[in-house]
Write a protein of this length. Sequence first.
Length: 253
Amino acid sequence: MISKAKIKFVHTLEQKKARIREQLFVAEGPKVVGDLMVRFQPKMLFHTADWHTPLGGATGAETDETVSEEELKKLSFLQHPQQVLAVFPLPHTEATDTKLPSQQLCLALDGVQDPGNVGTIIRVADWFGITQIYCSHETADVYNPKVVQATMGSLARVDIHYTDLASLIDHLPNDCPVYGTLLDGNNLYQQKLSDHGLIVMGNEGKGLTAEVRQRVNNRLLIPNYPKGRDTAESLNVAIATAIVCAEFRRRIE
């Protein structure tokens, strides 16, 4: 029987302050846990008898317990738990310098707050080969369980950095392109796009902050169709990110 203390401990990790204090985060399901285990060694594993470690052997976890489906439900944050829940060490995410990887396309999130959007954006970045994401401190915590699940394992392949975005941009080389999606931007499909630089996506309701907006040197607009027709007021930020990334990759391949 799994102890009540362990169940309580796992549940505390739903809160950011507990994740920071313990330096741990939770992931669930064979796909997400399996992908993360390639990069991170779990500290705790709770799994049903039908789950098999993707490494084919010892997990290296300090706690490795086989539990019943009912016990897994007591541990889980999901409505329908899937075989395994893991507790991983929290990676260091605070940016230690202000340099972008040279000749790479990177993403920045300026106050994106919905966990589902942040997780989906990380998954989109992974799909399009973008391995570095820079987040403002107002952006949702990427190790929130809802974000982790929405990434579908892409956290294993995308590095996340929290930093002051305005300062980051100020320290970039003068010729580094900084792209931002704005309602007064230029048609995405008619602009010259680079194979490197920073693409900044803004808050769901407010868009880019004034500090970041004034530092964008390539203003982009995803046009609606047909021109002049009444449409939705805006696009979901995760969908907009996918459209922008797809166009960048289409141009440079």
